[in-house]
Design a protein around this ligand. Structure first.
Ligand code: FES
Ligand code: MG
Length: 577
């Protein structure tokens, strides 16, 4: 048991308590803001790090939630201040929000370090905001609690339920096939996103907030509360009350995010039908927390963890709103309790086991028993072979089983623009056995490893009724995507990974049970191609892109920056002035 902090121990006391000139300045500036000394002296100062913006549709309710958090902080005797951070919205950021995850992580770390904050409430949810906030906060090391945005309501149009992303892709293919009218398409546009909140399929956002909960970093049950449910407001206020006590208890993320907690999170991710992006983010987060987690660790857990959340796109029928009503993540974790380390502590200061007490599954078609899973293994599998010596990822439950063992000729595209033009060409020379390949779409090539990995099925095949085929890239794909898509091939083509050597017409073989992905090209021929390969010119000559290009790691390492990783160097101590 750690000693409770005293007022003098508060980090913020270094700013406000001394009788010196600098502290005089700090106090006078809070008075300038209209606060009195009784508001902040001797009280835990809680930073509310808010990823709200008017271009982040998923976080539209955050201004209201900030008020609830502040109410909770004040009730518990703390002093709350809201600090804006990069919004990293998934919907509008080009070329991809992933280019900016590490910028949010840096901003989070430095915002905490440079300000008089004793603890923080991290408000996020839209895809990259969860890992970005958490990675920075892990390094900063002050007590933190994560406030997940919560999923939006189910989509609806013309009596049909609609799932974020997944139904956009599905109906887009039907439109390309000529099966959807203009009026219906416009109806989908207004019905697919009906409220504030994150995508309500088990996409990257719902996956990452579930991972945050499984790590012990949210209040129990918080991650699936719909954004517009009044319970979400109450949860926000409770986050405010709880973080103040976490400061007095000195309950830092370092005490919560242990190797056992990371393993719990990986198991839960596999059981929920997680987004493929979970691999990249969880590895990066674990490394920030000083926990070694590899692709092979994830594959090993995936092989023995059944997928039990029947939530689209890996599941067939339900969405996050249904998942919440069925008992939410606590009920899912209760099913898995024998496989989890329930002695891990959470932000509550109590164990995960205590957090799961009383959790009940209310609908066992949504949250399945282990004896009746959606898929007998976990949601992700990791491949290796001469096309991806450092790994690639596939989501078997979301693809047609006829591709589990597949051999077909490659149809290779060097850029998204080239690929897009080709797939819309009704005379494209392509068969259902072809393997569509997109390269130069990885961490450096994309840049930012955009979500291009669910390559569109060529129109020529769509019209013949095909809706899935084997696809391969060094890109990511949206967590709401589905299909036989092999992603994250590492090293990426842009840095000379073997994907760069593949040519149209080469045979590609996937053997999912053996976890192999190979091009059937002789080694001496590959050596010739390798010798002839010319590195592409750098994409950026200045600015953020330049920093990013110099320092981003490959997908299997989590795409963090090398200089932010834990073993790069010691974290700076507290400022001594
Ligand atoms: Fe924000 Fe999907 S766009 S969670
Ligand atoms: Mg996404």
């Amino acid at each position: 048991m750690t000693q409770r902090k005293t007022k003098a121990d508060l980090r913020s006391a270094r700013w406000f308590a001394p009788d010196d000139l600098r502290s005089f300045g700090h106090r006078s500036r809070l008075l300038q803001l209209g606060y009195g000394e009784e508001d902040f002296m001797g009280r835990p100062v809680i930073g509310i790090l808010n990823t709200w913006s008017e271009l982040n549709a998923c976080h539209g309710h955050f201004p209201e939630r900030v008020e609830a958090v502040k109410r909770g902080v004040a009730q518990a005797g703390g002093f709350a201040v809201e600090l804006p951070t990069l919004s990293v919205d998934e919907s509008f950021t080009k070329p991809t929000s992933m280019l900016y995850r590490n910028l949010l992580a840096m901003e989070t770390e430095e915002t905490i370090r440079s300000h008089p904050l004793d603890g923080v409430v991290l408000m996020g949810g839209c895809d990259k905001t969860t890992p970005g906030l958490l990675m920075g906060a892990f390094t900063a090391g002050v007590p933190m609690i994560f406030l997940p945005a919560g999923p939006m309501l189910r989509g609806n149009h013309a009596g049909h339920t609609l799932g974020s992303g997944s139904d956009a892709w599905k109906y887009w293919d039907e439109r390309r096939a000529g099966n959807v009218t203009e009026a219906y398409w416009r109806g989908l546009q207004s019905g697919i996103a009906r409220s504030h909140g994150i995508c309500m399929t088990m996409g990257t956002a719902a996956t990452m907030t579930a991972i945050a909960e499984a790590l012990g970093l949210t209040l129990p049950g918080a991650s699936s509360i719909p954004a517009v449910d009044s319970g979400h407001q109450r949860m926000a206020a409770e986050c405010g009350r709880r973080i103040v006590d976490m400061v007095w208890e000195d309950l830092t993320p370092g005490r919560i995010v242990t190797a056992a907690a990371v393993r719990n999170a990986a198991i839960v991710a596999m059981a929920t039908g997680c987004s493929t992006n979970a691999v990249v983010h969880l590895i990066a987060m674990a490394r920030r927390a000083g926990v070694a987690l590899s692709l092979d660790d994830l594959d090993a857990l995936g092989r023995v963890t059944p997928l039990i959340a029947n939530v689209r796109p890996s599941g067939k029928d339900y969405l996050m709103e249904d998942f919440h009503y069925a008992g939410g993540l606590r009920a899912l974790m209760k099913q898995l309790a024998a496989r989890l380390d329930t002695s891990c502590i959470t932000v509550t200061g109590r164990t995960l086991g205590e957090a799961l007490e009383g959790a009940v599954v209310h609908n066992d078609d949504v949250i399945r028993p282990l004896s009746n899973p959606v898929y007998h293994e976990g949601s992700l599998a990791v491949l290796r072979g001469n096309l991806c010596p450092d790994g690639a990822v596939i989501k078997p439950a979301a693809c047609d089983p006829r591709f589990y063992l597949h051999e077909g000729p490659a149809l290779v595209f060097d850029s998204y623009a080239e690929m897009k033009k080709a797939v819309d060409d009704e005379n494209l020379d392509v068969t259902p056995d072809h393997v569509l390949v997109l390269r130069n779409a990885g961490p450096l090539g994309g840049p930012g490893m955009p979500e291009w990995g669910m390559l569109p099925i060529p129109k020529a095949l769509i019209k013949q009724g095909y809706r899935d085929m084997l696809r391969l890239s060094d890109a990511r794909m949206s967590g709401t995507s589905y299909g036989a898509c092999i992603l994250h091939a590492a090293p990426e083509a842009y840095v000379g990974g073997p994907l760069a050597l593949l040519r149209t017409g080469d045979m590609v073989r996937l053997d999912l049970p053996a976890r192999r992905l190979d091009m059937l090209v002789a080694e001496d021929e590959l050596a010739r191609r390798r010798a002839a390969w010319v590195p592409p010119a750098p994409r950026f000559e200045r600015g953020w892109g330049w920093i990013y290009s110099k320092h981003v790691t490959q997908a299997d390492k989590g795409c963090d920056f090398d200089f932010l990783e834990r073993d790069f160097g010691a974290v700076a101590g507290e400022p001594d002035i």
